[in-house]
Design a protein around this ligand. Structure first.
Ligand code: NAP
Length: 255
């Protein structure tokens, strides 16, 4: 019997979970699936397929992994702000000749009434905060990249993250543990109750955390919007359906 193609999904996003759910009916029949997590949060799980956790050990480690399994197809369904792993995937796939697809949600774009301050990175975002001299900032960039803001002593920062962040430093920071999806009503209430006059966010895209942008627009609150980091030139789709179609086509070719 011929070997089924094995698909590696680089995960850690809602898109990766949706993709795996969508592929579930085909597993063990048309393809095998391995979902890979970096291991930043405790005990990640996938709705189907096998799970592996932890870094591969750079490009060489990933190349060795692709050859050893062996992997036939890779889907990079990483978060748009995962800046390193997409380059490792592109290079390891180039070396091994494994086909690679990027599944990435579209970025948000400003609508009429938005007051976005477009910045390239967290350092520029911190500079924009200082420039605007707000009183109360809602910081929604996760917990890994808050260092750039620790030394800003003027405003109060409400730091919203899924898991507890290390808030030490000269700044005044208050933790808000929460996770999406968020509704416009609750985001509106939060901005009002906390007296927020500046929002800082990454341009993650997607519907789950977009409500804050609508609420900020309604209240004409400026938004410091951090652009996505550069990505390798990889064939890219923005929907799970298109990623499944791509895999279907290739699984057929190699099946
Ligand atoms: P990154 O900076 O691009 O990657 C750093 C290192 O983490 C990589 O070199 C790799 O280690 C390892 N790694 C990353 N993703 C991996 C995966 N899916 N499987 C195995 N190893 C992985 O990534 P990051 O920004 O730290 O993000 C880590 C994970 O969190 C990703 O899965 C991402 O999708 C998810 N995530 C990130 C964000 C964000 O804002 N950055 C938000 C939500 C979710 P080796 O070099 O040892 O292979």
């Amino acid at each position: 019997m011929e070997r089924l193609p094995t698909v590696l999904v680089l995960g850690g996003t809602t898109e990766a979970t949706a993709l795996v759910t969508g592929l579930a009916p085909q597993l063990d029949r048309r393809m095998n699936l391995i979902v890979s997590f970096a291991g930043r949060t405790g005990s990640p799980t996938a709705p189907a397929g096998a799970v592996r956790v932890g870094g591969f050990g750079g490009v060489d480690g990933l190349e060795a992994y692709l050859r050893a399994m062996p992997i036939d197809l890779v889907v990079d369904a990483l978060h748009p702000f995962a800046a390193v792993m997409p380059f490792h995937a592109a290079e390891a796939c180039r070396r091994t000749g494994v086909a690679l697809l990027k599944l990435q949600r579209s970025p948000w774009s400003a609508a009429g009434g938005d007051r976005w301050i477009d910045v390239a990175d967290m350092r520029s975002a911190a500079a924009a905060v200082q420039h605007h001299a707000p009183r109360r900032v809602l910081l929604t960039i996760g917990r890994q990249e808050i260092d750039a803001f620790r030394t800003i002593t003027g405003p109060m920062f409400l730091v919203r993250s899924i898991e507890p962040a290390d808030l030490h430093g000269p700044w005044t920071a208050v933790e808000l543990l929460d996770r999406g999806p968020y509704l416009v009503d609750s985001e509106r209430d939060l901005l009002r109750a906390e007296g927020i006059d500046l929002l800082v966010t990454k341009n993650s895209g997607g519907s789950s955390t977009a409500a804050k942008l609508t609420a900020a627009r309604e209240k004409t609150i400026p938004v410091v919007m951090v652009r996505r980091p550069p990505m390798p030139a990889t064939a890219t789709v923005t929907t799970v359906a298109d990623a499944i179609a791509w895999l279907d086509e290739r699984a057929q070719l190699s099946g």
